[in-house]
Write a protein that binds this ligand. Structure first.
Ligand SMILES: Nc1ncnc2c1ncn2[C@@H]1O[C@H](COP(=O)(O)OP(=O)(O)O)[C@@H](O)[C@H]1O
Ligand SMILES: [Mg+2]
Length: 310
């Protein structure tokens, strides 16, 4: 397996003392479609901004296609495309011109055929000659994606590329990403849409509070974890006291609005459904409804981040 990105012991402490990353090790295989997941404030953007060279790490190493990302910047920049979460760009040109200029900045000759294809695929053709200032937020975000792809990078990194993009367009964007990936481009993205990460990505890493919790194949993650969870709905939200947390430690109790969710484990081929149900009854009394659902990525994500909360 060749490796697109190897992150070693990456650490970032911001000048105000905030530790955004603490010794993160991460390996992204070449050709993978890789999801980096984590709650708000987990450190995802910090990691990506370090890869994009807009944030300096406090410690650690990153190897990009076997080259040192920090000392061989130029080599890496020509083969890497990053779409940052924050929109920061020069609004004084038309999108088509911006893409031409960006090609030069990446050190490649503008490929107008590719630029027009990008404008088309990102549904910007109609706006190609407008001043970028006239573009809506969603269009600017797509233009950022086009910018990151203009030099046909081997590795593309997207930080919440579809935040605020409507469902239909989001699907088409994903379709385009899938094609790029099928043609050999490695894609690393962060997203809040866990369902889509589950559908699209073949690898997944979860970070929380600056620490890597897990990194593995999507299939491995979904196979390895408990098979289902018990969902109990109550008339009002329940709190999980430290006492209850200890009592129900086997079930990783967590809340979601008026629901309490308990993870069920298989022991000797039997699921400990009854144990979980009785324990919940003892803590919170009768529930309005009780359901068993298969764990999907969202449950896994909630459970893993919950288990690792300090
Ligand atoms: N420039 C900065 N200065 C100080 N703290 C920051 C800065 N940028 C981000 N942080 C903090 O670092 C943590 C990680 O943020 P971020 O990487 O943006 O997380 P995510 O993208 O996962 O939501 C958060 O607590 C955030 O408030
Ligand atoms: Mg972010």
């Amino acid at each position: 397996m060749s490796i697109a990105l190897a992150v070693k012991q990456l650490t970032k402490t911001y000048s105000n003392g905030k530790k955004a990353l603490e010794g993160v090790d991460l390996t992204v295989p070449e050709g993978s479609f890789f999801a980096l997941l984590g709650p708000n404030g987990a450190g995802k953007s910090t990691l990506i901004n370090i890869l994009a060279d807009t944030v300096k790490p406090s410690a650690g190493e990153v190897s990009f296609l076997g080259h040192d990302l920090f000392t061989e910047r130029k080599w890496c920049k020509q083969r890497l495309g990053v779409v940052p979460q924050e929109i920061a760009f020069d609004p004084f040109f038309a999108p088509r011109d911006i893409l031409k200029i960006m090609s030069g900045m990446f050190g490649v000759k503008p490929d107008m055929k590719w630029i027009d294809e990008l404008l088309e695929r990102l549904e910007l053709s109609e706006h190609a000659k407008k001043n970028a200032r006239q573009l809506s937020g969603g269009m600017r975000r797509r233009l950022l994606v086009a910018q990151a792809l203009v030099h046909k990078p081997k590795v593309v990194i997207l930080d919440e590329p579809t935040a605020g993009v409507d469902v239909e367009l989001r699907k088409r964007l994903w379709g385009f990403m899938r094609e790029l990936n099928a043609n050999g481009t490695t894609i690393l993205l962060t997203t809040h849409y866990l369902e889509e990460a589950e559908e699209l990505c073949d690898h997944v890493a979860i970070i929380n509070q600056g620490k890597l919790l897990t990194s593995q194949s999507m299939k491995g993650l979904l196979d390895n974890v408990g098979s289902s969870s018990l969902v109990l709905e109550y008339a009002e939200p329940k709190t999980i006291s430290d006492d209850i947390k200890n009592k129900l430690a086997d079930f990783c109790p967590r809340t979601q609005e008026n629901k309490v969710i308990l993870s069920l484990k298989k022991c000797d081929g039997h699921t400990n459904f009854n144990d979980a149900y009785q324990a919940a009854l003892a803590c919170w009394g009768e529930a309005i409804s009780v359901n068993i659902q298969d764990e999907d990525l969202e449950d896994v994500f909630l459970r893993i981040t919950h288990e690792n909360q300090s």
